[in-house]
Design a protein around this ligand. Structure first.
Ligand SMILES: C[S@@+](CC[C@H](N)C(=O)[O-])C[C@H]1O[C@@H](n2cnc3c(N)ncnc32)[C@H](O)[C@@H]1O
Length: 344
């Protein structure tokens, strides 16, 4: 490397670290954009700052600064006529088919800012110590103390599921399957899609009672899929109270390992010998979307001593549950499908 090349590399490194250390500014700006409703206010026509500020009832000067910062990340773009949408900013609109509005809110909720500073402490003692700090496990605390955030969380899960749903439905070969139980299936978007795509399938949605109370309307009484769906409020760490041909765990076994082991054991207990267990999860070692997966991995460490898995760690969890991994395949650019079966 010449001296000049080294200078350029050093300079790039300085820029990289400065920007990385300020990532919270980008996340906060995204959150502010969602909470102010900027993406909903800008339609197909560019809107000048003053007009946008009037419509949103915000300070025009600060709004201009916020839009300028967002534009550096490709979120909205300045044009001579005013601020216009980009493909990125459109994802902040609730009516976009690929909307990530609630996902943005979820990963920037006030409680996340409380957790991030604990990362060095977690590295020292090998645990996020959420329960010690808050007096309850994450989901109990979320529903009891931050109920509005719980709703944001559930809607964020639906957004993420919607983005992956076609790939998931394609990867899961459910021909000949009578009943599928979606364990901790959230509001049931994935289950509803699977029922729509497999007309002979019966489905069971199991999740915590306050979550299934808001289940996808297609699955509830009077819904288009209600005759083939059962919705059950319960705790899969205590019991999975249904017999099914297939148990699906989508983005679930990312809790502390002992909880993931318990959930798998409960599925094995609930099922028959020929029932099948499918796990859909982000795999750190197989994911091209590695920044998303490793970032989520750290958040899970802090909120539940959970993790995103490598092939090795998920295989270990499956084994501890008395099962073995019989198949593993990619679903899309960030999810993998595994089948866990009884050892011979
Ligand atoms: C990361 S979300 C995944 C939701 C859904 N499977 C999906 O992919 O969209 C985790 C889900 O686990 C549920 N959950 C947490 N603890 C649970 C428990 N003990 N029993 C049943 N569900 C639980 C949450 O309410 C939430 O819906």
């Amino acid at each position: 490397m010449t001296i000049q090349e080294k200078d350029i590399a050093d300079h790039d490194a300085v820029i990289g670290v400065r920007e990385l250390a300020l990532n919270a500014a980008g996340a906060s700006a995204l959150r502010a954009a969602v909470r102010l409703g900027i993406a909903e206010e800008i339609g197909d026509r560019p809107v000048p700052t003053e007009e946008l500020a009037r419509a949103l009832k915000v300070d025009a000067e600060v709004l201009g600064r916020l839009m300028r910062a967002l534009a550096q990340h490709g979120v909205f773009t300045p044009t001579p006529e005013g601020h216009a949408h980009t493909s990125t900013s459109r994802l902040l609109r609730e009516d976009d088919p690929n909307s990530l509005k609630h996902y943005v809110l979820w990963v920037t909720e006030p409680w996340t800012w409380e957790l991030w500073p604990n990362l060095d402490e977690a590295a020292r003692n090998g645990s996020g110590k959420f329960e010690e700090k808050y007096g309850a496990d994450f989901f109990t605390h979320l529903h009891k103390v931050w109920p509005e955030s719980a709703e944001v969380f559930n809607r964020a899960q639906t957004e993420l599921s919607r983005l992956a749903t076609n790939a998931v439905a394609e990867a899961l070969d459910l021909r000949g399957v009578g009943t599928l139980a979606d364990v901790a299936g959230g509001h049931g978007f994935t289950l509803a899609t699977l029922l729509e795509k497999n007309p002979d399938l019966q489905g069971i949605l199991l999740d915590l009672p306050p979550v299934v109370a808001e289940a996808d309307s297609r699955l509830r009484v009077g819904g288009s899929l209600a005759s083939r769906a059962r919705v059950i409020g319960g705790d899969c760490l205590r019991e999975i109270p249904v017999e099914a041909d297939v148990y699906l765990f989508k983005n679930i076994l990312e809790w502390a390992d002992e909880k993931s082991v318990t959930a798998l054991r409960n599925a094995a207990k609930a099922g028959r010998k020929d029932s099948r267990i499918f796990i859909i999860t982000n795999m750190i070692d197989g994911s091209p979307e590695i920044k998303f997966t490793t970032g989520t991995d750290l958040l899970f460490l802090l909120n539940s001593d959970g993790r995103k898995h490598t092939t090795e760690t998920i295989t270990a969890v499956v084994r501890r549950a008395g099962l073995k991994v019989v198949n593993m395949q990619p679903v899309n650019s960030y999810l993998h499908l595994l089948e866990a079966g009884l050892p011979n």
